[in-house]
Design a binder for this molecule. Structure first.
Ligand code: S3P
Length: 438
């Protein structure tokens, strides 16, 4: 376990280009592995999670090459033209829930036996949510610990074979579950339909279309005809807005801040984060926007509006839409004037860690008061934090969230388990240092 020292900063400014979006990288890698031809992906996520997906694609028979180094690296994936092979070893999803859940849908229609494994954290996460719809499509899937939302987790055994279409309503807002069903539906007999009560990130819909699939949306209902073939693409992955969130929140903490984020993904189903940053007292200028493969990409400039940081309540659909950004928003809540209350975010308890418990524990270590709920946390404003020993719980977003709080604490903050940041954002600490003025 590595420890990272965070010293308080005087200001936060500079310009950065962020590595590619984690969600989009997973989807492009998976669809490239299934497609016919060679896909070339620039600005692919540098995070360990999408690289777990690449490893799985190679185990399934795709050829994965990394051409060049650093920001100019291109990932080339020659797909299996619709026929995944029998892997020789279990598919190792590492820490990545996205890999495990979305991949299950992608491989279930293939006539092989697959075992999906993950690390300690991933092996405790709920998998019944994907077993149920895929079983309804005809897949034979065995979870460890039995079926049911409480028990079922990895290792997962899938005995794949022909699937049939279903009409499915997602019981919890989850883009991963939606994607598992769409990826299975793409290869099933008949047309699969899917409705979601809260509209979740739609990267899969855009990615499927980019790779040549037909897909229809009518209101809240998506439908995807089966037995479709995909073709390879050339694409650049937009910068990761969830990684940007840490720096956006840092920019809110300093009255003279000025941050420019180049080529960042601004997909409307992810961009509620920008509304929250604005509501809290950020001033965001969008310098240019373009669309590539259905994804909006823009350059944004952020600084803090005069008058300081306001507070807000985050609940309902908004909590689901910015679920990955809630830990850092909670971590800066003590520095607002009115405090921040987060509700309807029970899903945080089954992410890479119990994120509500870890946010609470680390806020407490830094001297903050708060009220913890089963589905969120309420943090009063106008609180000063002191540097403390932070436990990341080996959760990347916890390590990064409390590094941001540490910029405004008195004294030094030690982030224990800092290496977890590499799950989504290996460059985090060096970029944080280059943007922090001391
Ligand atoms: C993701 C969806 C979300 C999110 C995760 C990435 C995706 O998870 O928290 O980090 O890429 O589809 P859920 O689908 O479990 O809500």
């Amino acid at each position: 376990m590595s420890t990272q020292l965070i010293r308080p900063a005087r200001n936060f400014q500079g310009s950065v280009t962020l590595p590619g979006d984690k969600s989009i990288s997973h989807r492009y890698a998976m669809l490239a592995g299934l497609a016919e031809g060679t896909t070339r992906l620039s600005n692919f996520s540098t995070g360990a999670d999408p690289h777990s997906t690449l490893g799985c694609m190679a185990s399934l028979g795709a050829t994965v090459r990394k051409v060049g180094e650093g920001p100019a690296q291109v990932i080339e994936i020659t797909g299996t033209a619709g026929a995944f092979g029998q892997p020789e070893h279990p598919l190792d999803c590492g820490n990545s829930g996205s890999t495990m859940r979305m991949l299950s849908g992608l491989i279930a229609p293939h006539p092989h036996h697959f075992t999906l494994i993950g690390d300690h954290s991933l092996s405790a996460r709920p998998m019944e949510r994907i077993r149920k719809p895929l079983a309804a499509m005809g897949a034979e899937i065995h979870l460890t610990g039995g079926d049911g939302e409480k028990g079922g987790h990895a290792p997962i055994n899938i005995y794949g074979g022909p699937l049939h279409a279903i009409d499915f309503t997602t019981p919890i807002p989850s883009a991963q579950v939606k994607t598992a069903v769409l990826f299975a539906g793409l290869q099933a007999e008949g047309t699969t339909s899917l409705s979601e009560a809260v509209r979740t990130r739609d990267h899969s819909e855009h990615a499927l279309r980019a790779f040549g699939a037909r897909l229809h949306r009518e209101g809240d209902r998506l439908s995807i005809p089966g037995h479709q073939k995909l073709h390879a693409i050339d694409a650049t992955v937009p910068g990761d807005l969830s990684s940007a969130a840490f720096f956006l929140c840092a920019a809110l903490l300093f009255p003279e801040s000025n941050l420019i984020l180049d080529q960042v993904g601004m997909n409307p189903t992810r961009a509620s984060l920008l509304d929250v940053i604005t509501a809290l007292g950020g001033r965001i200028k969008v310098l240019n926007v373009e669309e590539k493969h259905g994804e909006m990409i823009g350059t944004i400039q952020v600084n803090r509006a005069p008058g300081g940081l306001k507070g807000m309540e985050i609940s309902g659909a908004l909590s689901a839409q910015i679920i990955d950004e809630l830990p850092v928003i909670a971590a800066i809540a003590p520095f607002t004037t009115e405090g921040i209350t987060i509700r309807d975010a029970k899903e945080l308890r089954v992410k890479e860690s119990d994120r509500i418990a870890l946010v609470a524990r680390n806020l407490k270590a830094m001297g903050a008061t708060f009220t913890e709920f089963e589905d969120g946390i309420s943090v009063p404003g106008n609180q000063q934090l002191h540097g403390a020993a932070i436990d990341s719980g080996t959760d990347h977003r916890i390590a990064m969230a409390f590094s941001i709080a540490g910029l405004r604490a008195t004294g030094e903050t030690e982030i224990h388990g800092a290496e977890a940041a590499a799950i989504s954002f290996p460059e985090f600490f060096s970029l944080l240092d280059s943007l922090s003025e001391r």
